[in-house]
Design a protein around this ligand. Structure first.
Ligand code: FE2
Ligand code: FE2
Length: 482
């Protein structure tokens, strides 16, 4: 006589889903992982997301390719959110101290150090996406399958969201790899792959659930690129579509506040201002990379703002494309991120950011830009500016939470930012004198292109706009001649 199986034979009441739809009674009837084991593995996932966040952030500034720069900004933010969710969950399961800042295994630390220090973009992409993200996703899958779906429902919920986004990241990484797969193969990649695999084996996998033989445990950890500690590179780089990156030849603000200019032309200038914001992620990445020891909430919030600024740049790109303008004809300067990153401390950079953003909140700032968007008769521009304004409200709160308290009063915090800003404010003549740019006025060509796409004749006064950040061009030529 076969033994009866009570769990299998237990039927649903009137066919209704069992256990609030989590799983069946049969599935919940298997013991699953202990709380001790869950916490141990969740702490490993937390560490992996934290290191991925660190790596992706640190590589934003010097990565030249715009699509990768913005992609890293996006994924760093996603990782930061999963770090936050895992910290919350771990804190629900155990009393402090939680040891969330501890390194779970030295080989796991070396594994991420190696990826951080990968010298080329292809190796970085391979290390982050093909190896780290892939291994993390598989380790989370194993956890989800092994833990009890009823007792550990809150962890499974957090990990379900994490896997959704890890899957997006994996697809993106694969597509980038395919897109870049036309140069010579990376000589270092085979070696890095071998080292990463070796380190992961020594760590017992991302989750530490694999048995590690004693010979491997005794082995000296192999290090390839991280033998000397990684140094953050603060110098922003751009790809070949960003020509003339020192050019500050067009004063966008002077154009936007000129009451005689039409809103439709101003929309174009606002798109330039949006796309130019690609320098904010380049700069904010330097603050995050060079400000250790803050509470986790600081990194989460700063990464959110960094990602918003990358989105603002992409809004500019989308707007230009929608208006039939080749945005590569617009000169997108990196003067701001370059000088802040190389001449100011991380606190001064944060001060400059906060000071500038405070100036955006009054009536003349983001509200004005939104209203111009509405007046332009271009609904897309109004949408872009509407959300740009909303994001700024959040950024202002982030500044109030993490920057202002460093100074005690708002006045002192603003004065500090103002002072740092004046230090780097103008170098129009310097970069010209050094032969880095001629501050070419790109406006007439771009405006003419937009008019041609719209099928209208350019307004001659708008077309002739020729004002730089130091006044009229003629004045500057005179100053330069003196
Ligand atoms: Fe912005
Ligand atoms: Fe902002």
């Amino acid at each position: 006589m076969p033994t009866p199986k009570p769990l299998e034979n237990y039927t649903s009441y009137n066919g209704l889903p069992q256990l609030a739809g989590l799983c069946t009674v049969e599935e919940a009837g298997k013991p699953g992982l202990s709380v001790e084991e869950c916490v141990r593995r969740l702490k490993r996932f937390h560490y992996a997301f934290k290191r991925l966040h660190q790596i992706l952030t640190a590589r934003i500034t010097a990565e030249p390719i715009y699509e990768l720069k913005t992609g890293f900004a996006h994924h760093a933010y996603l990782c930061a959110e999963h770090v936050t969710a895992l910290r919350t969950r771990i804190a629900e399961m155990r009393e402090p101290p939680l040891g969330l800042e501890d390194v779970p295994h030295p080989a796991l630390e070396a594994f991420f150090d190696e990826i951080l220090a990968a010298p080329t973009t292809r190796e970085l992409l391979g290390g982050v996406y093909s190896i780290a993200v892939m291994s993390l996703d598989l380790a989370i899958r194993d956890y989800v399958n092994a833990t009890n779906p009823l007792t550990d429902a809150p962890s499974r919920r957090a990990l379900r969201f994490a896997r959704l986004e890890l899957d997006d990241m994996l697809k993106w990484g694969k597509a980038c790899d395919a897109g870049l797969d036309h140069g010579p193969s990376e000589p270092g990649w085979a070696k890095l792959l071998y080292v990463l695999q070796d380190l992961l084996d020594t760590a017992g996998g991302i989750d530490g659930a694999e048995t590690v033989d004693s010979a491997l445990q005794q082995k000296v950890l192999p290090r390839c690129y991280s033998a000397t500690p990684y140094q953050y590179d603060p110098v922003p780089r751009r790809d070949e579509r960003f020509t003339d990156p020192w050019n500050q030849g067009v004063n966008a603000e002077s154009f936007l506040y000129n009451e005689t200019f039409p809103a439709r032309a101003k929309a174009l200038m606002m798109l330039y201002k949006r796309l130019r914001e690609i320098d904010v992620p380049e700069m904010m990445a330097s603050i995050i990379a060079q400000t250790p020891g803050k509470p986790w909430g600081y990194y989460r919030d700063m990464s959110r703002q960094l990602w918003d600024e990358a989105r603002h740049a992409m809004m500019g790109e989308v707007g230009f494309v929608a208006l039939g303008v080749d945005w590569t004809k617009v000169k997108i300067t990196f003067n701001w991120s370059y000088r802040l990153n190389t001449e100011c401390t991380p606190m001064e950079r944060h001060g400059v950011l906060y000071f500038i953003e405070q100036g955006l909140m009054p009536k003349t700032g983001k509200r004005h830009e939104f209203e111009v968007g509405q007046q332009s008769g271009l609904p897309l521009i109004a949408t872009l500016q509407d959300f740009d304004w909303a994001d700024e409200v959040l950024h202002s709160q982030i500044g109030r939470q993490w920057y202002v308290p460093e100074f005690g009063t708002l006045q002192k915090a603003l004065a500090y930012g103002d002072q740092a800003w004046s230090k780097v404010l103008s170098n129009w003549a310097t970069v010209k004198a050094q032969g880095l740019t001629n501050h070419e006025n790109w406006w007439p060509a771009v405006y003419a292109q937009a008019c041609a796409a719209e099928g209208v004749v350019p307004d001659p006064v708008v077309l002739a706009f020729d004002e730089t950040y130091e006044g009229k061009r003629a004045d500057l030529q005179r100053i330069a001649a003196e």
